[in-house]
Design a protein around this ligand. Structure first.
Ligand SMILES: *Cc1c(COP(=O)(O)O)cnc(C)c1O
Length: 362
């Protein structure tokens, strides 16, 4: 029998969540963001579940090629653009759209000297509207646009930016409205479509859908913040479960696990679960991070180790070796586990380790 840890990916939940994304932006087209192997859910599954998306967006050039090989014929967008001159022929060969966010990328395109017979690129010119990650500042944006426009190999230019605080629009350090103002001002009068909305903007700011939204975490049933996934009508797409593989009875003064971080102050029954940080469970999860055993909610105790973690079974007398443990998913929102562990649902789904068996539910 294989080790009992299994991640179940619910294809109908992925489809449902894409429909939610589209319903919030009915007049826009939707990129389904599938970077990091579809946030840990698998590219092959993403292709099937997101057949209704207008395109797939990601950051890995090799995975973009893989999407073509798997049969995806609709648009594909590389959100960080290309990384090297050697990537440019790959973009042309596979019809990949790509972001352009810095002068170095434009210089590489110019140096490639491609004519319109060789390549017809749909380029997404990225503006740094305040996040200070990738992109051209508003004051040099127009010059970059004009430079791209001169290239024979560029067929269209979409104007894109990314929001830092779509889930927290009044953030005093960078209000959402200020990023929007800069984006609108610097793109005024330029021909082309616009794209800015991530999941948070899609769900909470319908006016920022422009022509294309870029939905990521919401497709997987994670909340981007600003409310719970359930409040947004999203369904969890990944359920991670395992089983209890050992039980210990301990008493006052007995310590559990590496570093003896947990010391019992009473008689307790504890269960050892076949799930550790090498499966993608966060090692920094504190005592009492929620888990569900045989349908009953309890918490972790002691340090998470590589292949195991420990849970309190004191109030679940019938639980024992073989009991089903849900780490996150259908009965336990991934964001709740993430919050307890001081991270976000995004990180947990992306960290699902290759050794975990994955099964599908249609
Ligand atoms: C990851 C990403 C998105 C999707 O963000 P979510 O918060 O997961 O919806 C959108 N746009 C860009 C540029 C991204 O890198």
């Amino acid at each position: 029998m294989p080790r009992p840890i299994v991640a179940t990916i619910d294809i109908s939940a992925l489809q449902h969540n894409l429909a939610v994304a589209k319903s919030h932006a009915p007049h826009a087209k939707a990129w389904a963001v599938v970077k990091a192997q579809a946030y840990g859910h698998g590219l092959g599954r993403a292709i099937r579940a997101f057949a209704e998306a207008d395109g797939l967006a990601l950051v890995e050039v090799n995975y973009a090629v893989q999407l073509r090989e798997l049969g995806w014929t609709k648009p594909i967008l590389l959100l960080e653009g290309f990384f090297d001159a050697d990537d440019i022929p790959v973009l042309a060969q596979h019809g990949l759209q790509f972001a352009v966010h810095c002068d170095e990328q434009i210089a590489l395109l110019e140096a490639a000297g491609l004519d319109a017979q060789t390549a017809r690129f749909d380029v997404h010119l990225k503006m740094n509207s305040g996040m200070n990650r990738l992109g051209f500042k508003p004051e040099v944006y127009r010059a970059a646009y004009e430079r791209l426009q001169k290239l024979d190999c560029v067929r269209s230019i979409t104007m894109i930016t990314h929001f830092a605080n779509a889930d927290d629009p009044a953030n005093p350090d960078l209000p959402l409205a200020e990023q929007v103002r800069r984006f609108n001002a610097a793109t005024a009068g330029l021909a082309g479509a616009h794209s800015a909305a991530n999941s948070a903007a899609d769900l909470m700011h319908a006016d920022l859908a422009y022509e294309w939204v870029r939905a990521g975490v919401m497709l997987y049933g994670g909340t981007p913040g600003g409310g719970t996934a359930k409040e947004f009508g999203l369904r969890p797409a990944m359920t991670l479960e395992s089983r209890i593989i050992g039980v210990q009875e301990i008493g006052p003064g007995d310590a559990v696990g590496y570093g003896s971080r947990f010391v019992a102050d009473k008689d307790m029954k504890i269960g050892i679960v076949a799930c550790g940080y090498a499966d993608g469970y966060p090692r920094h999860a504190p005592n009492n991070t929620p888990v569900i055993v045989d349908g009953v909610r309890t918490g972790t105790i002691g340090r998470v180790s590589m292949d195991m973690l420990t849970v309190d079974l004191s109030d679940i007398p019938d639980a024992g070796v073989g009991s089903r443990v849900v780490l996150w998913g259908e009965e336990l929102p991934i964001d709740e586990v993430a919050f307890a562990a001081g991270t976000i649902g995004y990180e947990l789904m992306c960290a699902l380790a290759p050794r975990v068996t994955v099964q599908e539910k249609i």
